[in-house]
Design a protein around this ligand. Structure first.
Ligand code: SF4
Length: 501
């Protein structure tokens, strides 16, 4: 939807750029999400031809707009139409040659994903975790209105390309894309534009699309890749759950983090060896965690962390919200990455049915069944070790959000709300919704969070917005929130004791 809107604007701008009789006025709303990306593409297409950009908000007054229009008309007097602008289009993005595919490290799952690619004969490495330098570089290529994950992924790619001695002729970057009411679908195009401008036209961006369930590009890697990558993502999801349920109760400080690092290396080795070795690796992981001494007699208040997938999963951009919750005496459950994979497949099946593509629908259904079977097999390995082991079917998550948004409202908002309600039903004492500043689905979740609270006994709910700055206020806000979460839990415990008398 958003993509088609962008394409229409770009077609119009091409027409204006090449016709000397026409000039453009680009009208945008203050904080418009799609325009934060489209304005870059528009400027590129106009190729130096002047245009007027007006950003309107509720305070905009006629006088200011008239003055700017007059100044724009004056500036046109000095403009001489040049040759037609060269055609600029979003190039196809597949690696044709053998190159190392670098995976942005949104989460530690990038290690598993890279290992799955290596197992299929494609050299791959995760990019190093983001840091302050990432933000510094990324911001140089942004206007400040784009979302934070775009800035960090740009910064991480460029940091790698600028590394002394780095051979970009052997490199490719991975950046998936998606449709729906969100800006994520623009990232790969914008990265392409930045790389082209910096002279890295030859560096491919591998960009599988969620609208076909990532089938077209992943299908080319090799028949076992998708299965292996899926098992890798599931494995890291469960490993993270283990760490979050063990660390708050460990008796030997640091034991969980050591077990986590060791286990991640075991999972990566298992994936590199192929499909059949992943479950053996997970049995080793189970034994490692079984050896950690913990005391769980007194369970701490559990906080469900939902929200935009990048922010909730990326410890650098969310200022390590999980560590903060644990430091304040809580335990954190975070919505898993694999939720998104189930969701994109669910949407794919839905689109296939409505378009009458029954073969595609059945392929999607088969994929879902295989994925669910892998998930169940993994759960059996860790049965009894984790309270938050089982994940509900994605249809249930979508169904839980039905009072707040229509199921056709695609994207992250529906998942955040559904997952938050599922966590509440499973007994958490508070919800943190983590999102980047100006995140479109994040703002929708913030807007409906009040009604969700009202329908769920006023459970403590904290909307945390991140913009890449060190969050001095984060700790203060979380301290107050954890206090509420403790009170909420105490009230509920008291309630259940009274009703059992
Ligand atoms: S979900 Fe939010 S942060 Fe992520 S791409 Fe969409 S608008 Fe940007």
């Amino acid at each position: 939807m958003y993509w088609r809107y962008g394409q229409r604007i770009l077609s119009a701008s091409r027409l204006v750029r090449n016709d000397p009789r026409l000039h453009a006025v680009y009208i945008s709303n203050f904080k418009c999400g799609p325009d934060s990306f489209i304005e870059h593409f528009f400027r590129r297409t106009m190729d130096g031809k002047p245009y007027l950009q007006l950003e309107i908000d509720e305070h905009s007054a006629d006088a200011g707009i008239i003055t700017r229009c007059e100044a724009f008309l004056d500036s046109l007097a000095n403009y001489r139409q040049g040759a037609p602008a060269p055609e600029w289009s979003f190039r196809a993005v597949t690696p044709k040659t053998r190159r190392t595919v670098y995976i942005p490290q949104m989460a530690l799952h990038a290690h598993a994903f890279s290992a799955a690619l290596r197992a299929c004969g494609i050299p791959s490495e995760p990019l190093p975790e983001s840091d302050d330098h990432t933000i510094e570089i990324g911001r140089q290529f942004a206007s400040g209105r784009e979302c934070l994950p775009f800035i960090t992924t740009t910064g991480d790619m460029l940091k790698k390309l600028f590394e002394p001695g780095f051979d970009h002729s052997r490199a490719a970057f991975f950046m998936p894309t998606a449709g729906g009411p969100c800006r994520f679908g623009q990232y790969a195009q914008m990265h392409r534009m930045i790389l082209d401008d910096l002279g890295f036209r030859d560096v491919p961006i591998v960009s599988p699309d969620s609208t076909d369930g990532y089938a077209s590009q992943f299908g080319r890697v090799g028949p076992s890749f998708r299965r292996l990558a899926w098992r890798g993502l599931l494995s890291v999801d469960v490993l993270e759950k283990l760490a979050r349920e063990y660390r708050p109760y460990e008796l030997d400080p640091g034991a969980t983090d050591r077990a986590f690092r060791e286990s991640l290396a075991i999972i990566v080795r298992g994936l590199e060896r192929g499909e059949g070795h992943v479950f053996d690796a997970l049995k080793e992981v189970r034994d490692i965690f079984n050896g950690i001494r913990i005391d769980r007699r007194q369970r701490k208040p559990i906080i469900g962390v939902v929200g935009e997938i990048y922010l909730r999963s990326n410890r650098f951009t969310n200022n390590n919200v999980v560590q903060m919750i644990e430091g304040l005496g809580g335990e954190a459950w975070v919505a898993p990455i694999t939720e998104w994979v189930f969701y994109t497949n669910n949407r794919y099946m839905e689109r296939s049915i409505s378009a009458g593509r029954y073969k595609d629908f059945f392929l999607g259904l088969l994929k879902e069944k295989v994925q669910e079977r892998d998930g169940k097999r993994m759960e059996r390995i860790f049965e009894g070790l984790l309270l938050n082991l089982h994940e509900p079917p994605i249809e249930e998550v979508i169904h839980l959000s039905r009072h707040y948004m229509h199921h056709s409202f695609g994207g992250e908002a529906i998942l955040s709300i559904g997952k938050a309600i599922e966590y509440i039903r499973n007994g958490v004492s508070g919800i943190v919704n983590a999102m980047p500043f100006t995140c479109m689905p994040g703002m929708v979740v913030t807007a409906v969070s009040r009604s969700v609270r009202e329908r769920h006994d006023d459970i403590p709910w904290l909307n945390m917005t991140y913009d890449g700055q060190e969050g001095v206020n984060d700790l203060t806000r979380l301290e107050a929130f954890m206090h509420q979460a403790r009170q909420y839990r105490a009230a509920r415990e008291e309630c259940s004791t009274t009703s059992h008398r």
